[in-house]
Design a protein around this ligand. Structure first.
Ligand code: SAH
Length: 467
């Protein structure tokens, strides 16, 4: 089984850095189902090709499987397409051998890892019982030129006709990490015989690798069904997650820092806001805290400094934000004692979630304005009816203050993903309704420098549960 990735983007040998594999030598990796090799058939300034070859041992696959039932021990277990045709084994190899590249990490050339460049990926044999068209339908919407060639069943016997296998060549200007995640998800979706048991893990992997493109892919349903091998409860779970995981949320997170902070910069509003939230949580005497929509973990890093906060759970819908949070909080170097206090999970605030129950307090900092009306309503119940912490701290911009930001055009929100920005009155009315419905009281404070007429740039409500 072979996957080659080529580029002519100069210097082409940068591909070696991006894949974290030195073009000068062949490297070998032991995987559970055989060996993987990475080598470069060509590596010059002008063009570079990295080949990932899997040497799968079908016999050891059978032997290794203690669960292989008697009736399954047929010839097909020994004579099959596994060694040759691209399958879910290729995805495993991509994630294990090209793991950093798949995650978009490259210490030497971080900018190149982020850049879209023209790549060519070639797989000599891809199974597709549903024919050639599906290959086009899966890859073309992602921006690739797709070239397929039907392979004969046996070139020595042309009369036998065509096989269900195709060679596949993709050419496109993409990020290398995107190319790898497209292959990671779409190759198993073509392979009718996924080798490992399909469990909830696979839903997570699918959502993670499909982040940023699967939710809007026109063949989303087909891909999810095929990737999860028609396990319908899992398919439903995945499709639900994909609805909530809309791309603008990701973009929102990325652009949030740059755009909103640029506008609010002068007064370092965000720092003031986070400090106000920490003070409110300290005053409430909270020991366990939820940070919902935690983003890159700024609040969490402040909470960690105070040992009063013995247990902190950060949740965000964006895997990417959580990855950044882990990096910024230096999870890999965190002492055991600190690690025990903190947990980061992926999840959406618009779904009831058992993991959120039993906390003293919840903070929702600059998140509600990203939720449109139906989502905001779902959020209200998730937090105030189901999670129901004793204290809930919510911050949101005060729209009245917007004219004071010199770079913000009149009538515009502070961020393009904001679905609304409220006046102080609107925020207080919203909060009062929640208090009525769910049995809380609320106190309001301005955050940031106060203008006599317009109030402060940001506003905070501290809700306290009545019983
Ligand atoms: N609280 C953080 C981040 C604010 S940006 C801070 O103050 O720094 C808004 C965050 O909300 C983003 O990280 C975004 O991914 C997250 N978010 C948006 N919709 C969400 C949802 N439905 N569920 C969970 N998180 C969500």
């Amino acid at each position: 089984m072979l996957l080659t990735i080529s580029t002519s983007h100069k210097p082409a040998t940068d591909l070696g850095y991006l894949l974290h594999k030195n073009p000068a030598r062949t490297q070998e990796f032991s995987l559970s189902f055989g060996k993987a090799y990475v080598f470069y058939p060509e590596a010059t300034e002008d063009r570079c090709t990295a080949a990932l070859m899997l040497d799968i041992d079908p016999i050891s696959l059978v032997r290794g499987k203690s669960g292989a039932s008697r009736e399954n021990r047929t010839l097909a277990q020994y004579v099959n397409d596994r060694p040759y045709a691209a399958s879910s084994y290729l995805s495993v190899a991509i994630s294990q051998v090209y793991g950093s590249a798949l995650a978009g990490r490259c210490k030497e050339l971080p900018e190149a890892a982020e850049a879209s460049r023209e790549y060519e990926a070639f797989i000599p044999a891809v199974p597709s019982r549903a024919g050639e068209q599906i290959l086009h339908r899966l890859f073309e919407p992602l921006g690739y030129a797709v070239q397929t060639t039907e392979l004969p069943l046996d070139p020595a016997f042309p009369d036998w006709g065509a096989s269900d296998y195709y060679s596949l060549k993709l050419t496109g200007t993409v990020k290398l990490s995107d190319l790898l995640s497209h292959l990671y998800v779409l190759i198993p979706a073509l392979d009718a015989a996924k080798h490992y048991a399909i469990g909830e893990d696979e839903v997570d992997k699918l959502i993670r690798q499909g982040e940023g493109w699967l939710a809007t892919h026109p063949e989303k349903d087909t891909i999810v069904r095929r990737y999860l091998k028609h396990r319908y409860s899992l398919v439903r779970q995945a499709l639900e997650k994909l609805i909530e995981d809309e791309p603008e949320i990701e973009e929102a997170q990325e652009a949030h820092d740059v755009e909103e902070q640029a506008i609010e910069k002068k007064i370092s509003l965000h720092t003031q806001r986070l400090e106000s939230v920490v003070t409110a949580l300290q005053t409430a005497g909270a020991k366990s805290v939820l940070d919902l929509g935690c983003g890159e973990g700024r609040l969490i890093s402040l909470l960690l400094k105070d040992r009063q906060f013995a247990s902190i759970l950060g949740m965000d819908v964006s895997y990417r934000a959580l990855d950044v949070a882990r990096d910024k909080l230096r999870f890999d170097r965190m002492p055991e004692m600190q690690l025990e206090r903190i947990k980061l999970i992926q999840g959406s605030l618009i779904y009831r979630d058992k993991r959120l129950a039993g906390f003293d307090a919840g903070a929702i900092v600059e998140v509600i304005e990203h939720l449109d009306e139906p989502r905001l309503q779902a959020f209200e119940r998730v937090v105030f009816e189901f999670a129901r912490p004793k204290t809930v701290v919510v911050t949101t911009p005060n729209i009245e203050y917007n004219p004071k930001f010199p770079t913000l055009p009149a009538g515009k929100f502070r961020h393009k993903d904001h679905r609304f920005e409220w006046t102080r009155q609107q925020f207080e009315t919203w909060a009062a309704t929640l208090c009525d419905r769910f049995g809380y009281t609320a106190a309001f404070s301005p955050v940031g420098p106060i203008d006599e007429q317009l109030g402060a740039p940001s506003q905070m409500a501290v809700f306290t549960r009545l019983v």
